[in-house]
Each structure stands twice: as structure tokens, then as C-alpha cells.
Unconditional design. Structure first.
Ligand code: PA5
Length: 467
């Protein structure tokens, strides 16, 4: 594991008065840090926060490896149906650790099955997957912790029908379900039908499940070394429990983000990846940060309407799209830059002996050098403009470092829950939309809400028709 977390440019003496945090602000947070850490340690010891020990579940890793070794060569495609925490983790792992054109590689060059994760119920999206896969060559993985999420269950019914029609009586061989061990519709279905399933520990919240079978099974099926992934995550654990606040990377990351919002009025938290591999981690982190910290009520039940707004960006691409705003626009953002010293591939810009100033300096230079210099240049420009920023840099993008990074960000979310004084493990706000969807779709028990929605005056009264 080799990661560096550099938060120098978040301090006031570097980014300027009013723009950065003061050491005294951190000192004031120390008590909350200590009590949050003590609480997390205690809950870890009691086993009521199983997230902390997911990387050490060797039995599960072996089960997944065994299952995948039997299935990987049999299927060309792996199609994941899930949403939110049941999709973003696997997709972040796929993006970071598989070839960036994984599905287009010839079979003998690809590390595992082609990966598809249409995490929406947009019929165009789902159809587009069906247009390019043959069900006979496909393993479908339905992932839903609750077993009842309407998007995923809807997708499941579609593929169940497809499998029964296209495969016939052996349809079960093409299906694997990842769900709660005891509860929910999908668990019941697997038990009755004898469909292969993996368990999601009920104590692990949806957006913290990347190191359960939710993330590990798709990773292994597509060719990722999940043992190294878990090794990196496991090694990160002791750093996340370090007792000294300023040496604890998870607590410091959380504290800086929290102070940026509450003391510096910077509620927008931008994850700026300087690598196409690290970019999907921005999607995963957006859910983790937003659902965990965006809360109406504090732990004490007081109405607080708190939480940061996470945003993702990619360098160098967004230097030509967003950076103008980041440097000169409202001072409402703090940046977490993600980067890597090295890349899996290297391309040297050839020396064509052109003398023109526009190109001469680029010749005989690696693209990785150009990209990383752009990363430093952006950090420098942000700092000079008084925009606080911090960087997590890894020596290379490999399973160990990605495991460590994801674990660090999850642990930071738990500490952030302590600083914001909210429960980072629930998501009551997602429920209202879910209930309304059930009502509109005619789910039994939602008749009253459906009537209420029919009488709703907030939609369709002020229209501009553009025929
Ligand atoms: O973090 C969460 O709990 C949610 O975002 C869930 O992951 C999401 O709603 C999907 O839920 P489920 O896995 O139960 O289908």
C-alpha cells in the first residue's frame, strides 16, 4: 500500500485568511474526534459495525474465488442489475482496475467477463445491453440488499422472463443473486427456486458494501484480484483508528471537509480525479458522502438540514470545462484531488525535431508527465487563487491501493458523521420518493398516498406549450 494524503493547501497560512482552516479549528474538533473514534472502536469490538472487518473475511473471498473459477470461463458476459450502493461500488472497481476498453478486448486478452451495469430503468439503456449480449453467454447478477427496490426488482422480472424464454429449464445457471441472508423478496425467491445467492451482511449499509459480495463478486468475475483489494483495505484499518488526530487520515479528511463547510462556507466538495481510472470513484463517493451526511435531523433529533454537496470532476478534461469556475467563481468549494504517480501504460510524445515553440517543449515527454504536471499546476493555481485543496496520491493504481483508498473514504464518512453530528448510516430522505413511486405504480397499501398525489397541485398548472 502506498498512498499520500497531502492537506497542506487547506491551511489559512497557505491559501490566505478566511480561505483556509486554522490549527485552532482542528484543536476544537479534537474532543469530537476522540469521542467518535472511541464510539467506532467500541462498536467495532462489539461487532455492531461489521463494515470495519469486511477486508478480513477470508472465507468469503475463497467462496467467491471458487464460484468465479467455475463460472468465469463459461460466460462471456456479466450483467449486474442493482442501483445505488448495489451498483456504484462494483462499477468504481471495474473502472479503476480493469482495462479501460475491457468489453472491447478480444476474449483472450480480457481478464474476465465483459461487464455491464445498467443502473437505471431507462428502457433505452436496458435494451442497449440486450442488443449486444447473448443470454446464452451471460451470467446475470441481481444485487439488492433489501430485496425489494422497485428498479432492481423490475429489472429482475424482465430478465427472469428473458432467461426462461431463451434458456429454458436451465435458466437458474445464468442467475446469481446478492441479497440479505434472511429477509426480502429476493431471498424468498432464491430459497423457493434454489437459485445461487451470496449474502450481504445486514449490518453493512448499502453504500458501504463494496467489500462484500456486492463488489467482490463482479470484481472477481471480471478479473480483479480481490485478495489484494481486501489486503489494501485491511492495511488501512489501523491508520483509520490512529489516536493522534493529525495523523489519522480518515479523521483529518473528514474534519477538513467539515470545517470547509461550516467555518469557511464551502459546502461544495469536489472530487477531482486526474486519471480516467479514478473518475468513477467520484460517482461512488458522491453517494457515500451525500446520503450519509445530507440530513434533516441531528443525532439529538434537532432539525439541522445539513450536509455537503459532492461534485465530481476529471483532469485534465475539466480544466477546459470547470476550472474557470473553480478559480474565479464563487468561493464555495473545497477540492480533493486524486492522482497516481504512475499509470499502467505509458506513451511518449515522439521527438519529431519540430522547432516551433508551441510543440517543442512537448516532444520526447511522457503523457503521464504531462497529466501529472497538469495536476500539480491545477493544485498550484487553486492554492494561489485562495481555493483550499488537498490531494491523495498513490504510487500506482492497483488493487491494494484502490482497496485502501475506498476503505479510507468510507472511514472518513463515519468520522464526518461524528463532526456533522448526524447518523451517517441511515437515509430516511430517500424513502419519500420510494413511497411515492410505489403509490404511482399501484403497490398494495399505498392507495391513500396515491389519492393524495392525484390531488397534488404542484405539477402541471403553469405550462408553456411548445408544440
Ligand atoms: O446506501 C443505501 O442504502 C442505498 O443507496 C441503497 O444502496 C440503494 O437504495 C439500493 O438498495 P438495495 O440494495 O436495497 O436495492
Amino acid at each position: 500500500m502506498s498512498l499520500t494524503f497531502d492537506y497542506t493547501s487547506t491551511f489559512e497560512d497557505i491559501v490566505g485568511k478566511g480561505n483556509g482552516i486554522k490549527h485552532s479549528m482542528l484543536d476544537k474538533l479534537n474532543d469530537i474526534f476522540q469521542s467518535t473514534r472511541a464510539d467506532l472502536l467500541e462498536r467495532n469490538a462489539k461487532g455492531d459495525l461489521p463494515f470495519w472487518d469486511l477486508p478480513f473475511n477470508n472465507e468469503l473471498i475463497s467462496d467467491i474465488e471458487e464460484y468465479a473459477s467455475n463460472k468465469k470461463n463459461r460466460f462471456k458476459n456479466f450483467v449486474l442489475f442493482g442501483i445505488g450502493g448495489s451498483a456504484l461500488g462494483p462499477t468504481a472497481l471495474h473502472g479503476a482496475l480493469n482495462h479501460l476498453q475491457h468489453n472491447l478486448l478480444p476474449n483472450d486478452k480480457r481478464s474476465g467477463c465483459c461487464y455491464f451495469c445498467p443502473d437505471n430503468v431507462d428502457p433505452d439503456l436496458i435494451s442497449s445491453v440486450f442488443d449486444v449480449i447473448d443470454p446464452n453467454e451471460t451470467l446475470f447478477n441481481v444485487i439488492t440488499k433489501s430485496g425489494g427496490t422497485s428498479e432492481t426488482v423490475g429489472q429482475f422480472l424482465v430478465i427472469l422472463d428473458l432467461l426462461k424464454h431463451s434458456i429454458g429449464e436451465n435458466w437458474r445457471d445464468h442467475l446469481v443473486v446478492t441479497t440479505d441472508p434472511h429477509k426480502g423478496f429476493m431471498r424468498e425467491f432464491c430459497t423457493i427456486e434454489g437459485v445461487k445467492s451470496f449474502d450481504i451482511d445486514p449490518g453493512v449499509g448499502g453504500r458501504f458494501t463494496v467489500l462484500t459480495p456486492v463488489g467482490l463478486l463482479p470484481a472477481k468475475m471480471t478479473g480483479i484480484d480481490i485478495r489484494s483489494l481486501c489486503k489494501g483495505a485491511g492495511e488501512m484499518k489501523e491508520y483509520c483508528f490512529r489516536e493522534t488526530f493529525v495523523n489519522n487520515p480518515a479523521a483529518m479528511l473528514a474534519a477538513i471537509f467539515y470545517l470547509a463547510q461550516t467555518k469557511l462556507y464551502r459546502p461544495i466538495h469536489v472530487v477531482f480525479a486526474y486519471s480516467n481510472r479514478l473518475y468513477p470513484i467520484g460517482d461512488w463517493f458522491r453517494q457515500l458522502w451525500a446520503e450519509s451526511l445530507g440530513k434533516r435531523y441531528s443525532i439529538n433529533g434537532k432539525e439541522v438540514f445539513t450536509g455537503p454537496t459532492p461534485v465530481k470532476a476529471i483532469g485534465a478534461t475539466d480544466q477546459h470545462s470547470q476550472v474557470q469556475l473553480y478559480i474565479e467563481g464563487p468561493a464555495d468549494k473545497i477540492f480533493l484531488i486524486l492522482g497516481s504517480k504512475t499509470f499502467k501504460s505509458e506513451i511518449t510524445i515522439p521527438d519529431l525535431e519540430l522547432k516551433h515553440d508551441t510543440v517543442a517543449y512537448l516532444q520526447d515527454t511522457e503523457l503521464s508527465t504531462l497529466l501529472n504536471y497538469e495536476r500539480f499546476a491545477t493544485a498550484y493555481a487553486l492554492t494561489k487563487a485562495g481555493r483550499p485543496n488537498m490531494t491523495i496520491e498513490m504510487d500506482e493504481i492497483n488493487p491494494v491501493n484502490i482497496g485502501a483508498l475506498l476503505y479510507l473514504l468510507e472511514a472518513a464518512t463515519l468520522y464526518a458523521g461524528g463532526f456533522y453530528n448526524v447518523n451517517p448510516l441511515d437515509q430516511p430522505g430517500v424513502e419519500a420518493g420510494k413511497q411515492a413511486t410505489y403509490a404511482l405504480m399501484g403497490k398494495p397499501g399505498y392507495g391513500k398516498l396515491r389519492q393524495e398525489m392525484n390531488d397534488f397541485k404542484g405539477i402541471g398548472r403553469n405550462l408553456i406549450e411548445i408544440p
